[in-house]
Design a binder for this molecule. Structure first.
Ligand code: C2E
Ligand code: CA
Ligand code: CA
Length: 665
């Protein structure tokens, strides 16, 4: 019973295998036209041979409507050849074919056997042949629809067998039996082929499903590879891929777009103070905020660390405003656990094609604009402009001249006296570099030091300057202190530090006479490396001074954690000495240094009233134009030799200076 039901379901084209049905239909539609063509040709032939012997209604009368029907079916199938049907339609169409095929078979077998009544043995032989070859041909054409092939075969061959069997003529019985057996064998072969076909379709479907899954996984991998795990924003790789794609797509089309880089201000101290975990949470929050901004035509990514990038594809007159919106949104306060935090953000932007026409140049220029924003307009957006271009050119000229420079010849050390109060004696000097380039004339250290840093030339410059400074101060009588400025790269490079200590040893100068000046900003970049180098210096016996105090983060944390002996108060504070707030800051720093047993130097003292105020505050060490600017070595040497004084002030041996006794060494 179950088998019969399964057979009927199969005969009606099982709808549970839509992919097989569809594949079946696609094959079928190429073969059915041949079936109808075969049917038509064979019918015409058999009607023709019977034209004289059989009645007119049986030959032409039956043939014409049959040709009309088969012809119209032939046309319909040819017309449908290029139409792709869905599985359901294909199943419906194939069911129709099974029914229609059965019907046509009935008509044809009835017609053929009716014709058999007429004519001689040759005409009857033609009928037997016509039925045999037509049914075999049709079964072949229906190989992809074995249900119809089966129906056709039985509808034709069973009456055929019975008819000839009843007539009892051995030749015709043999022919009909022969045809029947051949049909059975062919059907068997077809069914085997059909099973193979189903298997192939299924494995193709499985393969396609696998491919689809692989594609989906690939797409997911690709998405993950372009997503930042912490913030879930697109990552650096996405940013550069998109930048390159944008440049390629837009080039030559007269379109514009903007690239922006946003860098957090004061993120490093947050990381250092609250730990990396809090830093990560803060970055996640920032990522959420940037996502929720949802600005039109803006695509924000995280480039890594505390740096974000974005593209703006809208009206460029609004681009700087978009950059500012991003900075402002980032700068709103955050609540991370129990902590309330704020960070700032500065933004640099560059426009395509104005600032550059390659991904590389656009990124570089927005980075340059960011660098300028950070240096001059923190918390603001800076758009790369013609003045930046000019500055880059001049920096490049400095960089090239520096590369070629004869360091011993072109660079000199100037010495600014370090004055001890209240006795007003010179206890030492700060060494300040001076460069007279044959091409560029005098270039100020504020310009060439950062360029030497960026272009990787600072190591050899620092070493050459230090050697010269040491030799010159050594040549002066007495125990004079030498304060020497180190830059960020110097204090994070173990090699530089070792060379400096080597020079001290080789020149046989007492290391306690040497102070290296560092700034907070130079430490912050790579705190760990700097801390290690500073400890190495300190354990060799030199002093460390924190320069430009009050201008950076002025974090007390750094004073505590770093091995600092001296604080140098930035000259901007004494400049505003009439402002009670500035006096308050100087007073507090002086008190802080006393309580931490550190020396304190106030820089930039330019007039009598500033000096008087500092004397009132019991300030012990000062530098400034009031006593002297930085002097050339020849000037210093001459005045020392002639009167043991510099800039009108007597020289003191470092050992006699009471101010130095407070040092931690
Ligand atoms: P700095 O370390 O803060 O040096 C003090 C600067 O203030 C010097 O400028 C000095 O000439 C100037 N100055 C001193 N007294 C007064 C004053 O009363 N009023 C005013 N307005 N200015 C005063 P300079 O020589 O142009 O140096 C600028 C900066 O370049 C230095 O700032 C230092 O950061 C850097 N620098 C100079 N020489 C070297 C060096 O050999 N190595 C490194 N790494 N940096 C150096
Ligand atoms: Ca300094
Ligand atoms: Ca300074």
């Amino acid at each position: 019973m179950e088998n019969i039901r399964a057979f009927i379901r199969w005969m009606m084209i099982d709808p549970r295998h839509p992919d097989i049905a569809q594949a079946q239909y696609n094959e079928l539609k190429t073969q059915i036209p041949s079936l109808y063509a075969l049917l038509m040709v064979n019918s015409v032939a058999v009607a023709y041979t019977h034209f004289d012997s059989a009645p007119f209604y049986l030959t032409v009368g039956m043939l014409v409507p049959m040709l009309l029907v088969t012809g119209s079916r032939l046309y319909a199938w040819i017309a449908a050849r290029n139409i792709v049907l869905g599985p359901e339609q294909a199943i419906r169409k194939m069911r129709q074919t099974v029914v229609l095929g059965s019907l046509v078979s009935v008509i044809f077998i009835v017609w053929s056997l009716s014709l058999d009544q007429f004519g001689g043995p040759a005409e009857r032989g033609h009928v037997a042949l016509f039925i045999g070859i037509t049914v075999i041909g049709c079964i072949f054409c229906l190989m992809h629809l074995p249900q119809a092939a089966l129906a056709v075969m039985f509808i034709v061959t069973v009456p055929y067998l019975i008819y000839y069997g009843q007539q009892g003529q051995d030749v015709y019985v043999a022919i009909s039996l022969n045809i029947f057996l051949v049909c059975l064998v062919i059907l068997q072969v077809l069914l085997n082929g059909y099973r193979g076909f189903c298997k192939l379709v299924r494995s193709q479907a499985a393969l396609a499903a696998k491919q689809e899954e692989t594609q989906r996984l690939n797409a997911e991998n690709e998405r993950l590879a372009q997503t930042d795990a912490l913030t879930d924003l697109p990552n650096r790789r996405y940013f550069f891929n998109k930048l390159e794609a944008l440049v390629e797509d837009i080039e030559g089309k007269g379109l514009e777009f903007a690239v922006g880089i946003v860098d957090l201000d004061r993120f490093k101290p947050i990381n250092d103070t609250y730990g990396h975990q809090s830093g990560d949470l803060l970055l996640t929050e920032i990522g959420q905020r940037l996502k929720s901004l949802d600005l039109a035509d803006v695509d924000v990514c995280r480039l890594g660390g505390d740096e974000f990038g974005f593209f703006y594809l809208g009206d460029l007159s609004r681009a700087a405003g978009i950059g500012q919106t991003i900075c402002d949104r980032i700068s709103e306060p955050y609540r991370i656990g129990d902590l309330e935090m704020t960070v700032g953000a500065s933004c640099g932007m560059a426009f395509f094609p104005e600032a550059g026409t390659t991904a590389h140049s656009l990124f570089d220029r927005s980075d340059y604009a960011l660098y300028n924003a950070k240096a001059e307009r923190r918390g603001q957006t800076t758009v790369y402009s013609a003045s930046h271009e000019a500055r880059i050119r001049s920096e490049r000229a400095i960089e090239n001249a520096l590369q070629k420079a004869d360091l011993d010849d072109e660079f000199q050390i100037h010495f600014q006296p370090l004055v001890s109060l209240p006795d007003r004696t010179v206890i030492g000097f700060e060494a300040l570099a001076r460069w007279h380039s044959p091409e560029l004339n005098n270039v100020s250290p504020d310009k060439f030091i950062p360029i030497a840093e960026r272009s990787g030339q600072i190591h050899r410059l620092t070493i050459a300057l230090f050697k010269k400074a040491i030799r010159q101060i050594q040549s002066l009588p007495g125990r004079l202190l030498l304060s020497f400025n180190l830059s960020a790269h110097d204090i994070t490079s173990q090699a530089t530090v070792e060379t400096l200590l080597d020079i001290i040893k080789r020149e046989k100068i007492d290391p306690t006479l040497i102070t290296f000046e560092i700034t907070e900003t130079s430490v912050i970049g790579s705190y760990e490396a700097a801390e290690k180098c500073l400890h190495t210096l300190r354990s060799a016996g030199v002093d460390l001074a924190l320069d430009d105090f009050g201008t950076g983060y002025s974090s007390l944390g750094y004073l505590h954690r770093l091995p600092i002996d001296c604080v140098k108060v930035d000259r901007n504070f004494i400049k505003g000495f009439q402002d009670p707030m500035a006096i308050g800051v100087i007073t507090s720093i002086l008190n802080l240094c006393r309580s931490m047993q550190m020396r304190c130097v106030v820089e930039g003292v330019e007039d009598e009233s500033q000096l008087a105020l500092l004397e009132d505050l019991n300030c012990e060490l000062i530098q400034g134009f009031f006593f002297s600017p930085a002097l050339s070595f020849d000037e210093v040497a001459q005045s020392v030799r002639t009167g043991r004084q510099v800039a009108g002030l007597p020289l003191a041996g470092a050992a006699q200076s009471p101010a130095l006794q407070t040092g931690a060494h």
